[in-house]
Design a binder for this molecule. Structure first.
Ligand code: SF4
Length: 348
């Protein structure tokens, strides 16, 4: 029922919970109640599900141990307010989740895999290799855990981005299921427009996602303007070169009516010169898109370009009418770059 054959209670929809309850000789409608406790009320303890009979609370406790299949190992808070959580899953694997608080919104960056097989050269997760896919329940649990914590402060999550560890579209079924769970009107009811999936560029899955009719935002990591240089930092480009990727992005925008965002990590001396900015402008002009420039959090030998260079690069794109934003540096003091905290804990 859930990804990888693992049944996680919070990865099931009300009707599936109803099926399981019926098998246990329980009333089917309790499935809806359990779903609402977990997803709408973010309850983390079966004993708080007060409209369930005590016997059923005990049964759930016996079978599943907890409503969410993860627990916190450590949390770090940056000077700028960014919070990074390291969670341990039931099999002992660890994942990272990052909360980015701003004045009027709370954005959560979730992981979709333990590790990642895509091997992008600038990424700490890529360097540590692939372990396994997360189940839909494990993805949603990150959101529910943080939402529960925020509510204690009178806040609520406004956006969820699939930009943490892993390539979301390489774990397609669980990711789509997790989005539908977050969307569910009986649960968190988080609008698909508040959800963004970030991909390194898996073309067939981008095309499938467009057909799901769930209208999530799509962010594509581009990072280079020629196939040769992109393949150097992102091996996925050898399978799906830039022209194919841009064609899939165009179709996604046409099918969903949503502007695609291109992520461009600025790496000093690699892709930050103005000649490259002009090439990027030529690649993207006349496309329904937005460019997000991300001055890189240093990992290994790659360095962040100076501020002036970042501004000049942005100006080349803006002058030709392309919408550009420059991502603010967040959480560098707490190893907020994807995979860094997990890596340093593994080393410890
Ligand atoms: S950047 Fe994303 S796709 Fe690339 S290795 Fe890191 S987690 Fe995987």
């Amino acid at each position: 029922m859930d990804n990888g054959g693992t049944l996680h209670l919070n990865g099931l929809f009300p009707n599936e919970l109803g099926d399981w309850l019926e098998e246990q000789g329980q009333a089917r409608y309790r499935g809806q109640q359990i779903f609402q406790w977990i997803h709408r009320h973010t309850t983390q303890d079966f004993s708080e599900m007060t409209n369930l009979p005590i016997a059923l609370q005990n049964k759930l406790q016996e079978e599943f141990k907890a409503p969410l299949p993860l627990s916190l190992v450590t949390a770090r808070v940056s000077k700028d307010g960014t919070e990074k959580y390291l969670f341990v899953l039931e099999d002992g694997a660890t994942i990272e989740t990052v909360l980015i608080p701003e004045a009027h919104r709370q954005t959560l960056c979730v992981s979709s895999q333990v590790g990642c097989a895509m091997n992008c050269s600038f990424c700490a997760t890529g360097k540590s290799g692939y372990v396994r896919n997360l189940s839909a329940g494990e993805i949603v649990a990150q959101v529910l855990w943080v939402e529960h914590r925020l509510r204690e402060e009178g806040l609520t999550l406004s956006n969820v981005v699939y930009m943490g560890m892993g390539e979301p579209l390489a774990n397609y079924e669980a990711v789509v299921r997790s989005i539908r769970l977050l969307n569910d009107a009986q649960g968190l009811n988080l609008g698909a427009r508040r959800i963004t999936i970030s991909t390194c560029g898996l073309v067939p899955q981008i095309r499938s996602l467009a057909k799901e009719r769930i209208q999530v935002g799509l962010a594509i990591s581009l990072h280079a303007v020629t196939d040769q240089s992109r393949s150097e930092v992102m091996p996925v480009n050898k399978r799906y070169p830039i022209a194919e990727l841009l064609a899939a992005a165009d179709d996604y925008a046409a099918d969903t009516g949503r502007r695609v965002s291109f992520e461009y990590a600025l790496i000093a001396g690699f892709n930050d010169d103005l000649h490259t900015a002009v090439k990027l402008k030529e690649l993207l002009k006349n496309r329904l898109c937005h460019v997000n420039l991300i001055p890189i959090n240093p990992v290994g030998t790659e360095q962040r370009p100076p501020e002036e260079r970042i501004r000049d690069f942005a100006r080349v794109l803006e002058d030709s009418g392309i919408q550009v934003s420059i991502r603010k540096e967040r959480g560098t003091d707490i190893e907020a770059a994807c995979g860094q905290l997990r890596q340093s804990m593994l080393e410890e």
